[in-house]
Design a protein around this ligand. Structure first.
Ligand SMILES: [Zn+2]
Length: 167
């Protein structure tokens, strides 16, 4: 799913842990739950419109991504203080895989096109495992435009859960 979805769930996890647990368990479990939330949320993202490749010539794809990227950026600005701990924990997998492991792999592929895409340090392998073994019964809507409804519902639910913290 998208960064804003990961962030909202992470923020709720931190609120929950800091409400019910004492130091240092609030910090420890915020990190653990936020990290694992990324795996679960990403595994369920087959239920959302999530094309692996960019479709910039498709207006629907383009507008949806402009909106969701803007909201994702805004969610970081709004939540980073005081929720940096859960935000970083929930996004570390994407930062690591997309900005470190994948670029390394791309460079390797350039040198040797035959090389296989197999890195033991690729953290999203756990997402694939979770999906393959536990969510194989789910339909795959990654190319279905209606899949944005699922993402929007999740965003709305967690926005409603987080709002009381701010009022
Ligand atoms: Zn991810």
């Amino acid at each position: 799913m998208e960064t804003i979805t990961h962030n909202l769930i992470a923020v709720y996890i931190q609120i929950f842990c800091f409400q019910f647990l004492l130091f240092p368990f609030n910090v420890i479990f915020t990190i653990i739950f936020a990290y694992f939330s990324h795996i679960i949320v990403d595994a369920f993202s087959i239920l959302t419109y999530h094309t692996p490749d960019a479709h910039k010539d498709d207006k629907f794809w383009l507008y949806w991504h402009i909106i969701i990227y803007a909201l994702s950026a805004a969610s970081i600005v709004v939540f980073i203080v005081p929720f940096w701990l859960s935000i970083i924990s929930a996004n570390i997998m994407d930062l690591w895989d997309w900005f470190i492991i994948r670029p390394i792999q791309r460079r390797k592929k350039k040198k040797d096109p035959e090389s296989e895409w197999k890195s033991p340090l690729y953290l999203h392998a756990s997402v694939d495992w979770f999906r393959r073994n536990l969510l194989f019964w789910l339909p795959r809507w990654t190319y279905k435009k209606g899949g944005i409804v699922v993402e929007i519902i999740v965003i709305l639910i967690f926005s409603l859960l987080v709002i009381p913290y701010y009022i």
